[in-house]
Design a protein around this ligand. Structure first.
Ligand code: GDP
Length: 372
């Protein structure tokens, strides 16, 4: 792009146009610059195909945008990924939304077994949201991909919206575009024009999708959290982390002093405790390898990128080095050791255990009450 072009703004949403990075706001293919008026690819897709597409946002821009929501009268839909719940929830949301109601939409429920107790899950979500400091008016469990839970969600939206605008916020890869597309189909007629961004002159790429009653669905870019493994791996390895089919629990009976490797992405050491079972909820695309703790360092040094993969040898350097987190799991209720973007390992609460987890530096690891 030359000097002149770089000053161009999208006539749909007002974002500064760029031709380099398809996943960032304002992307437009070089050829499309010849059209008048010029609009970014995201606006183009919504206008012509009724289709939202994902773009990413850095945290500062995102927080600035959230700050404005608090000054408006709107319903906020916060969409999170069930598989990466604690990694995709926006803990700071409450500070920014003011008195506006927040409806928490939990996507990707198709990943859980059909026999899941959904009421129990809903209670779990409510408790977790509270622990993250977010006050929510309701929880909707959906699968955007498999089209589950939408009738209920649309009822909830109708009930809480009460003729107001709807802001949709979420992290990247939670399924926001898929959800917006579904909302567009239900709420808006096919003939639509994009309105200009409410925030002209800013770099905020916010797309307003007009609804039949004159209000809007406001699609905001997805926030990027570098504490999610899915944000750190190369695009080629994303497929092995994101599950596509219902999660198959992998159960391991471990003795003290045994280790599990998840490709070369993470390592789980059972340091101390009585023999017990650990149930791994990770994508089946990620091979699990069991070994002795005393051999683990050597094995990793020799076989990472090969027997321990993904990532493969060529892409190992893309990940930060592994760093250690230690957890003492008490007796009592079941506990998950959650690794953002990778999944979780359920420890039963019968025995207690001392666990070391190694993940690329910066990736969020925590223990939580068991999801299943
Ligand atoms: P966005 O970045 O939040 O807009 O997310 P996308 O709609 O682009 O989806 C991100 C990834 O999650 C894609 O690989 C989708 O196929 C996948 N995805 C979206 N919704 C679902 C769902 O309901 N279930 C499952 N299993 N995957 C989903």
């Amino acid at each position: 792009m030359n000097q002149n072009e770089s000053a161009l703004k999208c006539s749909g949403c007002g974002v500064k146009l760029q031709t380099e990075a398809i996943e960032l706001p304002g992307y437009v293919p070089q050829k499309a610059l010849e059209r008048t008026p010029v609009i970014c690819q995201r606006c183009f897709r919504i206008k012509n195909y009724n289709e939202a597409m994902s773009v990413a946002f850095d945290q500062d821009d995102f927080l600035r945008m959230l700050g404005r929501i608090g000054q408006e009268d709107a319903l906020v839909i916060h969409i999170v990924d069930l598989f990466d719940f604690d990694g995709s929830i926006i803990s700071s949301l409450q500070r920014f939304v003011g008195t506006n109601p927040v409806l928490l939409v939990v996507n990707k429920i198709d990943l859980l077994p059909k026999a899941t107790n959904w009421n129990r899950l809903k209670n779990w979500v409510q408790r977790q949201a509270k622990e993250h400091g977010i006050r929510i008016v309701d929880v909707a469990l959906v699968s955007a991909k498999r089209n589950l839970g939408f009738e209920r969600l649309l009822e909830d939206v109708g009930e809480w919206r009460q003729g107001r605008d709807v802001y949709v916020v979420g992290a990247t890869n939670v399924g926001k575009s898929t959800l917006i597309n579904r909302l567009i189909r239900d709420y808006s007629d096919m003939e639509r024009e994009l309105t200009t961004s409410r925030y002209p002159g800013t770099t905020l790429d916010i797309v307003n999708i007009p609804l039949d009653d004159g209000k809007h669905i406001i699609d905001t870019p997805g926030i990027v959290y570098s504490s999610r493994l899915t944000e750190l791996v190369a695009r080629e390895d994303l497929g092995s982390l994101l599950p596509d089919k219902p999660l198959k629990p992998f159960v391991y009976q471990l003795n003290e002093g045994q280790t599990l490797f998840f490709g070369a992405m993470a390592r789980f050491d059972f340091v101390e405790g009585e023999r017990q079972s650990f149930t791994c909820y990770v994508s089946s695309g990620l091979p699990i390898h069991r070994t002795k703790l005393e051999r683990a360092n050597e094995l990793y040094a020799e076989h990472r990128g090969e027997m321990l993969a993904p990532p493969t040898r060529e892409r190992l350097e893309d990940l930060p080095p592994l760093s250690r987190h230690q957890f003492r799991i008490g007796r009592g209720g079941d506990t998950d050791v959650f690794i953002s973007g990778l999944g979780w390992i359920k420890c039963n609460g019968l025995n207690g255990a001392l666990i070391d987890v190694y993940v690329p530096k910066g990736v969020k690891v925590l223990t939580r009450r068991s999801l299943i």
